[in-house]
Design a protein around this ligand. Structure first.
Ligand code: UD1
Ligand code: MG
Length: 454
């Protein structure tokens, strides 16, 4: 297998985002753009990762450490062009792998999050056939601003940047997407020959093509669909990238054997895991960290985040599962129910208008409508522990920390502040009083113009 170094350029300011945070940290499908790029690089088999960041981008370095702890980060102190940015990672390039230069070096952009691992592999193919450089080409609707790929008989001669292109070159529709792959044995030599004698006074990575050819080496082009190389410079482009990725994630769920009644209304996170024979009704949103096991149903208008939904469970309509919600097999969570940091064992039912947080609930327990776990005292969160086969009456308040034993019943409308042992009935509410004739006497006084008796 050929060794691979992937260098991710992420030093961009992203001023058009009008944001306090670096551009590459903006998320698509709830994952920062730079994390998508690193993920694709790893899936494509990168042996080493290097990320080039801007001088004040500690937040980017932190994100990189989080998603790819093995990656090196390199600071480009001044933005002097794409070749200059790659050379910021000179140390990684020069070091190679176990004393050998990398076979392949791929350069990716941190703001181009939709590139798939297969495409990185395709881009490397010309290198295996002897090319020194390989370039990812695409045909944008409007080529303005992109480097044009000057080819002859299918061979890449040069990349011409907009500002240097002749009129004839500007008419070329095949453009440089930005991803480039290099023969690791010559990449440093090529890049050290790049100069900044051009309209932008920048060191263009794209000059490497002509330099390689002048040294008698060849360059290849691999063409991909526009959608895959959509770069993000503005919030509008971020929304476009989101829409493209959502289409992919929906297709992935469908291919995996899930039914999506109205796919265009369902929103996934990049890491959502959906099993087979899962049914997802319209207007469902999945935040990060969700796994839905086989045969579960997520009914309309539910919001699910950081949750595990067991096989055959039914969630919603209008349910909210928050981080730490773990639903066992066959659990039912119904309308207007919120579950947070709670384990619901198999067969538990919470069907209506309830909040269950910081709790564990044993198998087959039924939680009546309007039950609330009062988990917060203004300072700390407290746990509620409910056993198996218990029955929590409608409109119960469970004031945590509190526990309810196996098989216990709680009377409707109770405020439970003391632990409930197993298999008994606990009632914690005011006793009802019936006052004979009281309504008749009230009506007599009011109709006589008198004040009601207190
Ligand atoms: C670049 C390509 C162009 C291609 C286009 C695709 C060059 C010279 N031109 O042009 O052929 O069609 O991308 O989008 O490579 N960056 C740094 N440090 C720098 C300069 C850039 O990290 O000093 C990063 C940017 O953050 C960005 C990427 O490199 O992620 C591309 O830089 P940008 O300035 O957008 O290049 P373009 O002019 O768009
Ligand atoms: Mg650009």
């Amino acid at each position: 297998m050929r060794s691979l170094l992937v260098i991710v350029l992420a030093a961009g300011e992203g001023t058009r985002m009008r944001s306090a945070k670096p551009k590459v940290l903006h998320a698509v499908a709830n994952r920062p753009m730079v994390a998508h790029v690193l993920d694709a690089a790893l899936k494509a088999g990168a042996s080493r990762l290097a990320v080039v960041i801007g001088p004040d981008h500690e937040a980017v370095a932190a994100q990189v450490r989080h998603v790819a702890p093995e990656a090196g980060t390199f600071v480009q102190a001044e933005r002097r062009g794409t070749a200059h940015a790659v050379l910021a990672a000179r140390e990684a390039l020069a070091q190679g792998l176990e004393g050998q230069p990398f076979d392949d070096v791929v350069v990716m952009y941190g703001d181009t999050p939709l590139v798939r691992p297969e495409t990185i592999e395709a881009l490397r193919a010309p290198l295996a056939d002897g090319a020194a450089v390989s370039v990812l080409g695409f045909r944008p609707a409007d080529p303005f601003g992109y480097g044009r790929l000057v080819t002859q008989d299918g061979e890449l001669l040069a990349i011409r940047e907009e500002k240097e292109a002749s009129e004839a070159e500007r008419a070329i529709t095949l453009c440089n997407a930005g991803l480039m792959a290099f023969d690791g044995r010559v990449v440093l030599d090529l890049l050290d020959r790049v100069s900044d004698a051009n309209a932008k006074k920048e060191f263009y990575l794209t000059d490497a093509v002509e330099i390689a050819r002048a040294l008698g080496r060849s360059a290849g082009v691999v063409e991909v669909a526009v959608e895959e190389v959509a770069g993000v410079n503005s919030r509008a482009q971020l929304a476009e990238a989101e829409s493209i990725l959502q289409k992919r994630l929906r297709a992935r769920a469908l291919e995996g054997g899930a039914t999506l009644v109205a796919p265009e209304t369902v929103f996934f996170s990049a890491d959502t895991v959906i099993g087979r024979d899962v049914v997802i009704e319209p207007n469902v949103v999945f935040g990060p960290g969700v796994t839905i096991e086989d045969g579960a149903t997520i009914r309309a208008f539910s919001h699910v985040e950081g949750a595990h939904v067991g096989a055959g469970a039914i969630v919603g309509p209008f349910a909210r599962l928050r981080p730490g919600a773990a639903l066992g097999q066959g659990v039912h969570v119904g309308n207007f129910v919120e579950i947070k940091a709670a384990d619901l064992a198999p067969g538990v039912k919470v069907n209506h208008l309830s909040y269950v947080g910081d709790s564990s609930v044993g198998a087959n327990t039924n939680i009546g409508a309007g039950t609330i776990t009062c988990n917060y005292d203004g300072f700390r969160k407290h746990r509620t522990t409910i056993g198996a086969n218990a029955f929590i009456g409608t409109n119960t308040l469970l004031v945590a920390p509190v526990s309810v034993g196996d098989g216990a019943y709680i009377g409707t409308g109770s405020v439970i502040t003391d632990n409930v042992p197993e298999d008994l009935l606990a009632i914690g509410r005011a006793r009802q009083v019936n006052k004979l004739g009281w309504a008749v006497r009230l009506r007599e006084r009011l109709s006589a113009g008198l004040a009601p008796k207190t």
